[in-house]
Design a binder for this molecule. Structure first.
Ligand SMILES: [Zn+2]
Ligand SMILES: [Zn+2]
Length: 328
């Protein structure tokens, strides 16, 4: 019975398969299905490559191997690797840092296929000695992730959160080049999500409020930024347009004009002890979330009154609604 070399019923996610018998006879039947390529290797080197079809192995269609075995018609040793040319989907996820060293988590999906089986076998399968699909898939995912980490770290946190579409497009182009080097075609990449820590989210909030990333980055915490903004004349309504463009959208209420704060004065008591609950507080005047410890609301410009323990108290209150402390 003639030897038959065939990848029988490859699974949906199978990229490569190695024919287990390394002794090949001339006259053997090689069956290569649609979207497959059969690659003949020996000692880590690629010799002949055959595309889809039913082939009887002869000295004609395996000229390189025939020359290698010295023109002998006796059985020879070779590794036959089938490569699937279909499209595959992979999921990725990881952590990196932005240009300002802000920690960022990301995840998504990518689609790829083998474009150049000889390069792919040379770089990945033979080069890394990965002869089964699970190992190859793991290698490709790690390679993708490494590239994603590297390319994302070239961007600022503002770009990542405000211009994710632009970042995705640019990163995709770079990853496509990386993949081409492995004989793979990166068909598409989707970034499904990016995230950062609470601290950086708060900084981001302030960067978006002030439009001044550099100033915010020089501060140790977002709270300091809030204090700085409170000190600046721009924090007062009317002159706030330069520092806080958002104020333009909120006309000043004539009944309760915000008091301009000249700066240099004594900060309100309790400022050094911010509210107990972490994260954001609510402005009692406009109801929007403001950073903990803020002295002026970035939306309505109203000064935020606090009890000696740092809780936000409504205008005119004689006692703190949270801790009961007397308001001077
Ligand atoms: Zn407000
Ligand atoms: Zn209180």
């Amino acid at each position: 019975m003639a030897q038959v070399i065939e990848w029988v019923n490859p699974g949906e996610d199978e990229i490569i398969w190695r024919y287990p018998n390394e002794v090949i006879k001339w006259g053997a039947q090689l069956i290569v299905h649609e979207y497959e390529v059969a690659v003949f290797m020996r000692d880590g080197k690629i010799y002949d490559v055959l595309g889809p079809g039913r082939h009887t192995l002869t000295t004609q269609n395996l000229p390189l191997l025939y020359r290698l075995v010295g023109g002998s018609n006796s059985p020879f040793k070779a590794t036959v690797i089938f490569v699937s040319m279909k499209q595959f989907q992979g999921r990725y996820g990881g952590e990196t840092q932005t240009r300002e060293l802000a920690p960022v988590k990301y995840y998504g999906v990518y689609w790829f296929k083998v474009a150049d089986p000889v390069l792919f076998i040379t770089e990945v399968v033979g080069g890394q000695s990965l002869y089964d699909t699970a190992d190859v898939t793991k290698f490709i995912r790690a390679y993708f992730n490494e590239g994603m980490m590297k390319h994302l770290s070239a961007y600022s946190i503002v770009d990542l959160f405000q211009n994710l579409d632009m970042v995705s497009t640019q990163v995709k182009v770079k990853l496509m080049e990386d993949f081409r080097r492995l004989g793979l075609e990166l068909v598409d990449v989707k970034i499904e999500g990016v995230n950062t820590t609470d601290e950086w989210r708060q900084r981001l909030f302030w960067i978006m409020q002030t439009g001044n990333a550099q100033a915010v980055m020089q501060m140790d915490t977002a709270k300091q930024v809030a204090a700085e903004l409170g000190k600046s004349e721009g924090a007062a309504i009317g002159t706030g347009m330069v520092v806080m463009p958002q104020l333009l959208q909120q006309p000043a209420q004539p009944a309760q004009p915000a008091q301009p704060y000249a700066g240099g004065g004594v900060p309100p008591a309790g400022y050094q002890q911010p509210a107990q609950q972490a994260g954001q507080e609510i402005c009692p005047y406009c109801g929007k979330p403001i950073p903990a410890g803020a002295r002026f609301c970035p939306y309505c410009g109203h000064e935020i009154k606090r009890c000696p323990n740092g809780h936000v108290v409504p205008e005119g209150a004689k006692f703190c609604p949270v801790c009961g402390a007397k308001i001077e």
